[in-house]
Design a protein around this ligand. Structure first.
Ligand code: CAA
Length: 696
């Protein structure tokens, strides 16, 4: 491996280049390299200023996250940055790409900062369950004030060069150019002006209103419920206000070390790598995707319109097909309204909107408009007959090589593909509603799907800025199959004695964005009802079938869309629908169940054990490639708390023995629902974890 940090002296300017691809992370070798070159620079008498820059695509993007959780290796980053800051010569950081985390901390340890106009800055540590632990919580308040520091450090949000200049984080935005030339030119200017080192740690800390920190705590309690890192971030910035720099640094380190040892840190870093690992799919390694420029969307309801908007926002041409002129007009209105919303929220420029409406978006009731489409996604009513009809028509019209995709949530894609003369071109692209917002895309690979069609699905996801997970064909694929299982487990908890409202509250306290009953109301109770009716003929007589939800549907209560479901939706917010308790009591009585009290812990244990047990089957059957694919699915499509890393990471954290013991515990009540997954049993017997399968 070549030395990742190099030093060159040109006309009295020491040029320090960091070359540690792909993102110039601060590995031990980089830290040691920086310490070494700064010691060498101090020893020279022919240097008048120092420039640090990152070679290739970016400045330093942060600490090397792969080193986290392992024994820390010297030199430590805070010491290296203190050494840079102590340099007797002016040190200039020339920033381009993304200066993030420890990278931005290095920049703040330099004395001057110049940036490319397109550079981005941020302290994303909080999103990894830690805090900027190399002086960032002490130097940023001194450079930009405590309020700005609290905002950037507790949210991890990235900012552009203009904002960085306005808050005092950088000194200058240069004309676009390579960071070496930009840095050297700025260094020469500073030398000409006789600039001396200007150390962030020596700047005074401006006083702030006393309630600034309390307000930050209130914000964090709402937005980052259950998370440790944002609270420690606030404490560290508070330390900068009341402690001298070095003591503030020690306080920061103690708070950082506490987070480094937390399960939340392991979970968030697992999520970070898992979201990159999911795109690594063995059967498409080295396979070239088909080019996609024009797509067709069949069906202009909520899902179809959302898919069309996602595609339009990423610059694709979209033709939306509906059955008759009135439906075309409605579909067009759906798309227009959503795009107008993006304009209002400042996410889409008015000129771009005008351009989309004039040139890239069209809607029609004529399938022949799709003759030149590279990919068509069907998002029509969830019925095999309707889907088969659509695919027969697409097969007759679409050009050879066009990818034909279905957005079905449950139906057998092999059966749909068999309706065409080209099953190799048929694939499932399962979006989540609202499709232009939700990040998850399940790419469902049918028996005959060609590898380049799968690769095209992954390329499309990248273009739409979605996280794509490969799934195999089964009822519900990865996410909905696991969901229908844990839904049965929470229905079981209700039959046993909890109320749906207890269940939702316990699971929201656990960290879910919404409880499962509130989610059903949002999705529409008729959707689950239709699935239950579809599966009724094949239902095993041993299944304990919770019927209380059917009673709501029979009364015409489908959740939010009808104003009533498990909750009643009023102007001032939802409140529990007390009728539900009567339906539940009737159901228990019909089954001869005497309700008992159930603790929140038991509700969570049931929910998690059901989820993990079914997920183990999904992995064992190859529906999900690895446990991490399940985690990414649940995190991005089902509101599972990111700081718990996903169900499989959670299971590894609490121990697979506990999950298996819980399955056995609940099987005493219902041994049909609670059958242990063979993979779970095997891993426990072998003393292994799901993480071991990810690494295999
Ligand atoms: N450490 C180790 N590897 C990293 C990394 C890091 N900080 N950042 C990115 N990588 C790896 C990715 O895992 C990926 O590897 P593979 O190709 O093997 O999958 C590769 O670099 C490219 O990353 P992306 O696919 O994410 O590339 P991108 O161009 O889409 O995004 C990025 C680049 C914006 C830098 C993004 O990778 C990112 O946000 N990285 C994390 C930045 C971060 O959180 N930094 C703070 C670290 S914590 C810290 O610094 C603590 C401290 O105070 C000491």
């Amino acid at each position: 491996m070549p030395d990742p940090v190099s030093l060159e002296v040109v006309d009295g300017i020491a040029i320090v280049a960091i070359a540690n691809p792909p993102v110039n992370a601060l590995s031990q070798a980089v830290r040691a390299g920086l310490a070494g070159v700064f010691a060498a620079i101090e020893a020279r008498d022919d240097v008048r200023a120092v420039v640090i820059y990152g070679s290739d695509r970016t400045f330093i993007a942060g600490a090397d996250i792969r080193e986290f959780g392992k024994p820390p290796l010297e030199p430590f980053l805070p010491d290296v940055i203190n050494q840079i800051e102590a340099c007797r010569l002016p040190v200039i950081a020339s920033l381009h790409g993304t200066a993030l985390g420890g990278g931005l901390e290095v920049a703040m340890g330099a004395h001057f900062r110049v940036a490319d106009p397109a550079a981005r800055f941020g302290l994303p540590e909080v999103t990894l369950g830690i805090l900027p632990g190399a002086g960032g919580t002490q130097r940023l308040p001194r450079l930009a004030g405590a309020e700005v520091a609290l905002d950037l450090i507790t949210t991890g949000r990235q900012i552009g060069a203009e904002e960085a200049l306005a808050i005092g984080l950088i000194d200058k935005i240069a004309a676009a150019g390579d960071p070496r030339t930009v840095g050297v030119a700025y260094a020469q200017d500073l030398v000409r002006q006789g600039a001396a080192p200007r150390r962030s740690s020596a700047l005074p800390v401006q006083a702030v209103a006393p309630d600034v920190f309390e307000q930050a705590r209130t914000r964090v309690a709402q937005k980052s419920r259950g998370q440790l890192a944002p609270l420690n971030c606030i404490k560290a910035v508070e330390g900068a206000m009341r402690l001298p720099f070095l003591e503030g640094l020690a306080n920061e380190r103690a708070l950082f070390t506490e987070l480094m040892g937390s399960d939340q840190r392991s979970a968030l870093i697992h999520a970070f790598f898992a979201e990159r690992q999911v795109a690594k799919v063995p059967d498409i390694k080295g396979v070239t995707a088909r080019p996609i420029e024009k797509i067709g969307v069949i069906g202009g309801g909520t899902m179809g319109a959302g898919i069309a908007v996602a595609a339009l926002l990423s610059g694709l041409k979209v033709t939306l097909i509906e059955r008759e002129p009135e439906a075309v007009a409605r579909a067009k209105a759906n798309v227009t309204k959503t795009l107008e919303g993006s304009v209002k929220r400042g996410k889409l420029a008015q000129t771009k909107f005008d351009d989309i409406m004039a040139t890239t978006f069209s809607a029609s009731d004529d399938y022949s408009q799709l003759v030149d489409a590279d990919l068509v996604i069907e998002a029509v009513f969830e019925s095999m007959e309707v889907k088969k009809d659509v695919f027969t028509r697409l097969d007759a019209i679409c050009k050879p090589g066009a990818v034909l995709a279905t957005n079905t949530s449950y139906l057998d894609i092999n059966e749909i593909a068999a309706m065409t003369s080209r099953p190799q071109d048929v694939i499932g692209l399962h979006f989540f509603s609202p499709a232009h917002v939700m990040r998850l895309l399940e790419i469902v690979v049918a028996d005959k799907t060609a590898p380049e069609v799968t690769a095209t699905g992954f390329e499309l996801a990248k273009r739409l800025k979605k996280v794509a997970v490969r799934a195999g064909v089964c009822d519900g694929f990865i996410g909905n199959r696991i969901l229908s299982h844990y839904r049965k487990a929470v229905d079981g908890a209700v039959l046993a004695g909890a109320s749906p409202f207890d269940v939702d509250r316990a699971l929201v306290d656990f960290g879910l964005a919404m409880g499962p009953f509130a989610v059903s109301d949002l999705a529409g109770l008729d959707i689950g009802w239709a699935t239950r009716k579809r599966l009724a003929p094949t239902r095993d007589p041993r299944e304990v079938y919770a019927a209380f939800s059917d009673r709501l549907c029979e009364a015409g209560h489908f959740g939010r869309k009808t104003g009533k479901g498990y909750y009643v939706y009023k102007e001032d917010g939802p409140c529990p629908n007390e009728d539900v308790l009567t339906h539940v009591a009737d159901d228990r009585a019909a089954k001869g169940i005497t309700p008992r009290a159930m603790s929140d812990d038991e509700i969570v244990d049931r929910y998690m054990a059901a989820m993990v047990n079914e997920a183990a089957r999904v992995v064992e059957e190859g529906i999900a490639l690895r446990p991490l694919d399940v985690d990414v699915t649940l995190l991005n499509g089902y509101g599972f708390p990111r700081w718990r890393g996903g169900p499989m990471q959670y299971a590894d954290t609490v121990g697979l023995e506990k999950i298996l013991a819980d399955v056995a515990r609940f099987a005493r009540e219902d041994d049909f629902l609670w059958q242990p997954a063979p993979l779970l049993q095997r891993l426990v017997a072998e003393g292994k974890t799901f993480g071991d399968l990810n690494d295999a």
